[in-house]
Design a protein. Sequence first.
Length: 248
Amino acid sequence: MNMQHNGTGEAPSGGQSRFEILFEDNHLLGIVKPVNIPVQEDATGDPDLLSLLKEDIKERYNKPGNVFMGLVHRLDRPVGGAMIFAKTSKAASRLSDSVRTHAFRKVYLTVVHGKPPASQGRLVNTLLKDAKSNTVSIVRKGTSGGKEAILDYTVLGTAEGYSLLKIDLLTGRSHQIRVQLNGIGCPLFGDQKYGAAVNRPGQQIALWSAVVGFPHPVTKEEIELISLPPQAHPWDLWPQQVQKQAIR
């Protein structure tokens, strides 16, 4: 059985959360990540999502001491959308196994400049990360330190020189979607790192985690967390129904 969770913002137990909750039980916490918040503590010292979620759990359930919150996948700082966290070490371990065995499904929506060469396709590249500059580049296969990156894309519509894409992410490399689409001449709307030549400073990146699917680490039930991007430019160039139908 596949259980879809679109979120109500209301926790199933405990007090009201400051986050939009998509799913919560004793083992898992699924939320909508707000944009422009780092998932983990970074060099900026800005509030990070993991710490904020721990505080939220402590407040809602009046928990003394430390709260466990396991991180099993990541989203780039400027990206928003569905994320799942583990509330126990056992759930974290089993979810990590799902990621390793490709039983963890990730679907994104994005708006890019231009139009890909085909209405749908698969991109396979080798990516190399420069930790000092926190940038990723496409390199030749076999390059030392390079990692294979694979995604499938589908063009859902075009308008005003932009394309709305559905992305099925088959590997989870750093900045993967942003780098691979830029590599085919379709930088993401608002991407200040890989699309600076065509984006204005201050524009919000149009990349959204729309679906996170996985087997529940305890019940084995198939869980799907669903989140749609805000109806603001450039997302509102297409009816929201187009997005909904694409991720079903």
